[in-house]
Design a protein around this ligand. Structure first.
Ligand code: ATP
Ligand code: MG
Length: 536
């Protein structure tokens, strides 16, 4: 580290490990004491003594480390020449050097990492120990540098290996679950084929049901993964958090046995939060299912909604949140509690202690809550039960009533309406075309934005609806919609989205006015979504 400004003013009254005050404790470096000189010269750590903006002395290790030819040459350089302009954390070296020195002067010594520049321009990381040494007429800084290039390299290799291990776990987990679903889908389809060949075609319903069930489970799994990876499109609006337990109650009755009592305590006033209600339902379902699993012999689940003023606080995973008013959703159970040993692991994807668990429940909850700007706290006692509390920033906007959703059935006759269907995935395009044609729509297909644009420019057809994928090679949906809107203000647009919403929104939250249907969608959902867009 190189000093840049003068620091003769503030002298600490004591130095660490020394009871002396104010007097000079600097060993005689001037060469009079041979023994000390030898200690100084022979250590492999680079030692440099600085006063103000001047280098007073240094050992040979500094000269070698910085690749200067002679000690004299190095001692004549200005400290600022020994550092790049900016440090790895983005701070200007000048500012950071002053900050580091102030700390060393205040505390007596300070250890930190720093990037230095060698005579040939090469930048390398060092660990610096700065020690303030008071003298009769000011203060000197004794600096020890240790080259940590190798340590950094190893650390980055370890980080990379850990990342790869996490990815490997994730891929392994998904592959395992998907394989089971594929067995069901492929096996049942094959059975249908065999029976068709044998001239039997009256027992297909059962096979088709199995395929649909496996498909639904695959869709749930993908939904959970997307929530986990925070890539799901959030349909946020301001809702009263009190609504969530009410909406989930009918589903909860199905999953929770008779021997568990469920009680809900709502808050007497509306608790407005800006979030995707469907996602919050999933959060509550996951927490309630965990609570149920923790009470195999029965017990009580309490669901509480509240609003509270909080001081600065930390989530279970250590994220800091500012003081303010928060909306809370708490799920309490009287179950077995969570063992300390696994407490750090429960939020990891695929971590489960259950023979049939996927281990995605809590990581999904974390993904959703992080995406909504909130945090999670938990309290647990072995044998006594567990509380999970979700905190979300309270919204200052008023609660908005639910508008029409794609699930609501709006089916209109498509006769006379022309749809431009732009989708690069042939199986999705084929399905959408078949569904819409059966509704009476006239469907024209293109495989990307560019092809669609050419069709509009060359054709003599006027389109009523643009039904388009979001991300496609050559030209994506949003760009296509923008270009077409320039010449056709009446064109309605409905996006089909795989997951990524970045093209449609700024913060992962869908902009208002954008109409979207998520993959995978059912036939009914597609008909309804198109019907809704066409009916406004
Ligand atoms: N309320 C709770 N009481 C006791 N243990 C819990 C509770 N909630 C979570 N856990 C522990 O955390 C682990 C991870 O939970 P998570 O919801 O992520 O996966 P899972 O419940 O095992 O699987 P899935 O959610 O697919 O059913 C659980 O296996 C369990 O050991
Ligand atoms: Mg779970």
């Amino acid at each position: 580290m190189a000093t840049i400004t003068s620091h003769d003013t503030k002298i600490p009254t004591t130095t660490p490990g020394s009871a002396e005050t104010g007097t000079c404790v600097l060993p005689p470096f001037a060469g009079s004491d041979n023994l000390y000189r030898q200690y100084f010269e022979r250590t492999s750590d680079a030692i440099l003594i600085i006063r103000g903006e001047t280098f007073v002395d240094c050992n040979q290790a500094v000269v070698d480390m910085l690749r200067y030819e002679t000690r004299e040459q190095l001692l004549q350089t200005h400290p600022s020449e020994l550092s790049p302009d900016v440090q790895p954390d983005g701070q200007l070296s000048f500012d950071k050097a002053n900050e580091m020195m102030s700390i060393a002067l205040r505390d007596g010594s300070h250890r930190f990492e720093w990037d230095h520049k060698r005579a040939d321009g090469d930048v390398f990381p060092v660990e610096v120990l700065l020690t303030a040494i008071p003298c009769d007429d000011g203060v000197m800084l004794h600096t020890v540098w240790r080259d940590i290039t190798e340590r950094k390299r190893l650390q980055s290799e370890i980080n990379h290996a850990q990342k790869m291990e996490a990815v490997g776990k994730l891929v392994g987990g998904i592959a395992h679950d998907f394989n089971n679903l594929l067995v069901a889908i492929l096996g049942n389809a094959e059975l249908m084929k065999i029976e068709l060949n044998q001239g039997k075609d009256d027992s297909f319903q059962e096979y088709i049901d199995e395929i649909s069930k496996a498909g639904d489970r695959a869709a749930d799994l993908v939904g959970q993964l997307l929530a986990y990876s925070r890539k799901q499109v959030l349909r946020s609006r301001v809702i009263d958090l009190n609504e969530i337990p009410r909406r989930v109650a009918p589903m909860l009755r199905h999953i929770i046995g008779e021997d568990i009592v469920v009680e809900t305590l709502s808050f007497p006033e509306p608790v407005p939060v800006k979030a995707d209600p469907g996602q919050l339902e999933q959060v509550l379902m996951n927490l309630a299912s965990n609570a149920r699993d923790a009470m195999p012999d029965g017990g009580r689940i309490s669901i509480e909604i509240f609003s509270a003023d909080m001081d600065e606080w930390q989530s279970h995973r250590g994220r800091r949140f500012p003081a303010g008013r928060y909306a809370g959703l708490r799920v309490l159970d009287t179950g077995q509690g969570i063992d300390d040993v696994i407490l750090d692991q429960i939020f990891e994807p695929f971590f489960t202690t259950k023979s049939t668990g996927t281990g995605l429940g809590l990581s999904t909850v974390t993904g959703i809550i992080n995406q909504s700007g909130g945090g999670i706290q938990l309290a647990t006692r072995k044998g006594a039960g567990t509380h999970f509390t979700i905190y979300l920033p309270i919204s200052t906007e008023a609660v908005r009533k639910e508008g029409k959703t794609a699930i609501e059935s709006v089916s209109i006759d498509g006769a006379g309406q022309v749809v431009l269907l732009v989708e690069d995935e042939p199986s999705v395009a084929r399905l959408a075309e078949q569904v819409l044609s059966r509704q009476g729509y006239e469907v024209h297909k293109a495989i990307n934005g560019q092809e669609a644009l050419a069709m509009v420019e060359n054709g003599n057809c006027k389109f009523d609806l643009l039904l388009t994928d979001v991300i496609m090679p050559k030209m994506g949906g949003p760009e296509l919609a923008r270009i077409l809107a320039e010449t056709d203000k009446d064109l309605r647009v409905l996006y089909i989205s795989g997951y990524t919403n970045e093209a449609l929104s700024s913060r992962g939250i869908l902009d208002e006015g954008v109409q979207l249907i998520n993959k995978p969608f059912t036939v009914d959902q597609l008909i309804s979504a198109v019907g809704q867009v066409m009916s406004v």
